[in-house]
Design a protein around this ligand. Structure first.
Ligand SMILES: [Mg+2]
Length: 357
């Protein structure tokens, strides 16, 4: 008798042989700004050697696939431009799919977006006076009032509005900067017209990436629940979450149903690993030697060393193992679903440090 599928999938062979194409996010997964993330290049090389193909999927619409590929190649992840799909390309492909002879596109964004639109054979215009039928908007750090106003003129005259992505923020070394979604919001505030969007968490970009790679068993790999993992769910693909970027143990334990991953790993070495699935045992969820259950707003963990309870009063930075996190997620997610709430764990639940041991 086989048990009903649990909250995490498990994978009893290496991920890189179970799935044929990895749809990898970039920032927080393979690099952090200009620097490669530890184990990323070796892990991608090992996955490719095992037969897994890679597609890099990015909401960044400012950089061309060539420049992304060059950056990855510099970081010792040799990459061809056709292994990179940007939100600019996804937007351009969507426009092309619905285009006719009268389609004219006003690009509000950078050279990456212009190139993507031109590569689809679409007609570009430079001004709202040229009667564009579509305004496509992506981030460029040079955009200003004149550009956004041009978009408002065109949309108010009847053009449709398409955003490459709706990320409110853009992580930088100095903190969170304005993302494309915030500039789109300025336009929407003036037009009252809600745009479509092709970037993550919309499924479009993942579907296009999988199609281009000819994937039969794709898996999404990401570090952000509300873009990568939500996009994986929306696309109908399994999602592997790595802990090298934005969302950490606390965010995983508190994840809402639409944003939960299927597999967890500390970093990209998880591609070469097998993944145990937590199994229910009474009120406990067990994973390896770790067990977890929810007690009100607290998470109880049990191993051979004994039992401990994590709550709002726990000091941030307490260490847990990856299997404890897996068991904890299974317990927290099923308890949340049973209670009919997004998450049973409180907003003040402490951040935890996940150890590989
Ligand atoms: Mg990321």
């Amino acid at each position: 008798m086989s048990a009903a599928p649990g909250p995490l999938l498990g994978c009893d062979e290496p991920v890189q042989t179970r799935y044929d194409v990895a749809l990898l996010d970039l920032d927080g997964v393979v690099y952090r700004g200009p620097h490669g993330i530890e184990h990323a290049s070796d892990s991608v090389a090992a996955a490719r050697a095992a037969g897994m193909r890679t597609m890099f999927v990015t909401n960044n619409a400012a950089r061309s696939p060539q420049s992304v590929a060059d950056h990855l190649t510099e970081l010792e992840i040799p990459t061809e431009p056709d292994e990179v799909i940007t939100a600019a390309q996804a937007a351009a492909a969507l426009i092309a799919a619905g285009a006719d002879a009268g389609t004219r596109v006003l690009v509000i964004g950078g050279s990456g977006l212009r190139e993507a639109v031109l590569a689809e054979g679409l007609t570009l215009v430079d001004s709202a006076d040229d009667r564009p039928t579509v305004v496509v908007q992506g981030l460029a750090l040079t955009l200003g009032w004149k550009d956004l106003t041009e978009a408002v003129y065109a949309i108010s005259a009847g053009a449709s509005h398409l955003a490459t992505n709706l990320d409110a923020t853009l992580p930088t070394e100095r903190g969170m900067a304005l993302g494309n979604g915030s500039l789109v919001a300025a336009v929407v505030n003036a037009t009252g017209v809600q745009p479509r969007s092709t970037g993550k968490p919309q499924p479009e970009i993942f579907h296009q990436a999988a199609r281009r790679a000819g994937a039969s068993r794709p898996i999404v790999v990401g570090d952000r629940l509300n873009t990568d993992l939500a996009g994986a769910r929306a696309a109908g693909y399994p999602g592997l979450h790595v802990l090298t970027g934005v969302d950490q143990a606390r965010e995983l334990l508190r994840a809402i149903a639409a944003e939960r991953p299927d597999l967890l790993a500390v970093d990209l070495r998880g591609l070469a690993q097998t993944h145990p699935a937590p199994e229910q045992d009474g009120q406990w969820w067990r994973c390896g030697v770790a067990s977890a259950r929810i007690d009100g707003k607290r998470l109880v963990l049990r191993t051979d060393d004994g039992e401990r309870t994590l709550s709002e009063r726990t000091e941030p930075g307490e260490h847990i193992t990856l299997d404890e996190l897996r068991a904890g997620c299974a317990a927290a997610w099923t308890a949340s679903d049973a209670a009919g709430v997004p998450t049973v764990l409180p907003v003040g639940f402490p951040q935890l440090t996940v150890t590989t041991a």
